[in-house]
Design a binder for this molecule. Structure first.
Ligand SMILES: [Zn+2]
Length: 248
């Protein structure tokens, strides 16, 4: 009875999304395709004040110059998004004299400067219809610790690619509740990215896919459903195979 109740909840929640889209139902995304998947952020040359470099990732980058450390920090913030296997989006960053806070210039910029920010950074996306045509990230020159700044950049980049704030998943980078500042995405961050920029190979049949389809649900509930269904499905599959196996 309890199992039926749990399954009923899982299957009735197929339209739930645990990630939040920046533009709501408009579903705006960067102007990229699977064939042309690349967006390059242009980075202002002056780094913010970055503290505790020695403690960041066991001091792996502590010997870099301030400029190189700054570039590396942004690269590390971008990498987790690029590493999601089922998404085609590829982002990169390069120093540029053209990085500026201007929603009209269609240059994705990361800029450091004097701001009245209470936070260490913010993102300012420019959206036209269903396309994010520009997104500039402003970083306060007051800076922060390397760890905190890298995490904040990873969050702001999430806004630029089209994700809003997620208040239902404590492990999401796009939520407010996460206390862990590691450079790892939450499952719902990945789900949002894949929703916006899915590889065309997604949906091709895979192992275990024969025991129920849970379309449109989030990875969290999918994972939960698979865990719950596996004890039922595996013996059932075995029994069916036994029943229908070709007779000698
Ligand atoms: Zn935010």
């Amino acid at each position: 009875m309890v199992l039926i109740f749990i399954l009923a909840i899982l299957f009735s929640s197929t339209d739930l999304q645990a990630f939040v889209l920046l533009s709501g139902p408009t579903e705006a995304r960067m102007d990229v395709t699977e064939e042309n998947p690349r967006i390059v952020f242009e980075l202002s040359l002056n780094p913010p004040s970055i503290k505790e470099k020695d403690e960041f990732l066991d001091g792996a980058y502590a010997d870099l110059s301030d400029e190189d450390f700054w570039l590396t920090l942004v690269q590390l913030a971008i990498r987790p998004w690029n590493d999601v296997a089922d998404s085609y989006l590829e982002m990169d960053v390069a120093f540029s004299d053209y990085a500026t806070l201007d929603k009209e210039d269609r240059i994705f910029s990361i800029v450091v400067g004097k701001t009245n920010l209470t936070t260490s950074a913010y993102a300012a996306p420019g959206i036209e219809g269903k396309t994010i045509v520009d997104c500039d990230i402003a970083v306060s020159e007051r800076g922060a610790t390397a760890r905190s700044l890298a995490f904040t950049l990873m969050h702001e980049i999430g806004h630029c690619l089209g994700l809003g704030h997620n208040h239902s998943d404590y492990s999401a980078v796009m939520g407010y509740a996460r206390t862990d500042r590691s450079l790892n995405l939450g499952l719902d961050d990945e789900a949002g990215l894949i929703y916006l920029y899915p590889l065309s190979t997604i949906g091709e049949p895979q192992e275990l896919a024969g025991c129920g389809v849970i379309s449109g649900s989030t990875p969290n509930s999918t994972t939960l459903a698979l865990v719950l269904l596996t004890p039922i499905c595996l013996p059932l599959t075995r029994r069916l195979r036994e029943k229908f196996k070709p007779r000698a």
